[in-house]
Design a protein around this ligand. Structure first.
Ligand code: C5P
Length: 201
């Protein structure tokens, strides 16, 4: 069994950045599990039924250009509340986590459901304001036409839906280390995460 790092947290808290940096530092593979839900949600926008969409996912679906849009994010959060959709995606994630060379997975339920035995569990958070600012900069940088208020409302709506669902809700595992990136620079957050991995490894 390889070394597994589980990174969870609400939208735009910085978990993707931390996950990529940890993976690079230690030579682990990285899986952004949000992409699985985004690709599933994107398919439902064409009228495909959610469970069917999840079961039919292909590697190409994970590379679609518009997966980061707010519309696809909302569709992802809706399909993510369907227990059979989540069940269809479990095996792929667990197989990825068990890679012999080590793996970092980031999402909402990695430490609680997908990899409860992960060697390191981090729960990355930041204030709503900071998360909205960061996501706004990212979207505007990509040429999106949106506002702070729209981004904030979008994040809050997804977080509420993700936290309130009955199956695999967004919450820290009891043994997760909390990393609040509100006042921590991304570099500092990465250092804290890497220190934790180095300590356990
Ligand atoms: O992380 P990201 O914002 O790309 O995730 C999109 C949506 O996918 C989340 O709002 C959440 O509903 C869902 N998701 C999930 N479980 C995961 C990863 C993402 O439910 N492990």
């Amino acid at each position: 069994m390889g070394f597994t790092v589980a990174i969870d947290g609400p939208a735009a808290a910085g978990k993707g950045t931390v996950a990529r940096a940890v993976a690079e530092r230690f030579g682990f593979a990285h899986l952004d599990t949000g992409l699985l839900y985004r690709a599933t949600g994107r398919r439902t926008l064409d009228g495909t039924e959610p469970v069917e969409a999840a079961r039919a996912l292909t590697a190409e679906d994970l590379q679609a250009d518009d997966l980061r849009s707010a519309e696809v994010g909302q569709a992802a959060s809706r399909v993510a509340a369907v227990p059979e959709v989540r069940a269809a995606l479990v095996e792929f994630q667990r197989a990825f986590a068990a890679r012999s060379g080590g793996a970092v997975l980031d999402g909402r339920d990695i430490g609680t459901v997908i990899c409860p035995e992960a060697n390191v569990k981090l729960f990355v958070t930041a204030s709503d304001d900071v998360r909205a600012q960061r996501r706004l900069e990212e979207l505007v940088g990509k040429g999106a036409d949106t506002t702070y208020d729209e981004v904030l409302a979008d994040l809050r709506q997804r977080d509420e839906r993700d936290s309130a669902r009955a199956t695999a809700p967004l919450k820290p595992a009891p043994d997760a280390i909390l990393l609040d990136t509100t006042t921590l620079s991304i570099d500092r957050a990465v250092e804290a995460a890497c220190a934790e991995v180095a300590r356990v490894r």
